[in-house]
Design a protein around this ligand. Sequence first.
Ligand SMILES: O=C(O)CC1=CCC(=O)O1
Length: 93
Amino acid sequence: MKYLVHMDVNIPRDLPAEERSDLVAREKEYSQQLQREGKWPQIWRVVGQYANYSIFDVDSHDELHQLLQGLPLFPFIDIQVTPLAVHPSDVKA
Ligand SMILES: O=C(O)CC1=CCC(=O)O1
C-alpha cells in the first residue's frame, strides 16, 4: 500500500543546538534505514520550506502509523497522510 505523506517540521527555536543536531542526525539515520528497506522509497524537499513530501510503501495503515510515530522528530512534525490507489490511466499498472 502506497501513501503520500507531507511532513512539515517545526523544531522549537529554543531547543538547545546539541539536542537539535542529535534529533536531526537520528531522523536521517532512521529515514535512510527505512529507505534501504524499501518502506520509504521517495523523499523530496519542498522548495523553500522545512518540509518534505514522501512516498511510503507499507503493508497497512497500522504499519505506517508505527513508522511515523517512530520518527525522532515526530513531536515536532505536522503530518498529513494521503492513501494512494492505482490510477486507471497508468501505463505501468
Ligand atoms: O528534514 C525533513 O524533512 C524531516 C526529515 C524526514 C526524514 C529526514 O531525514 O528528515
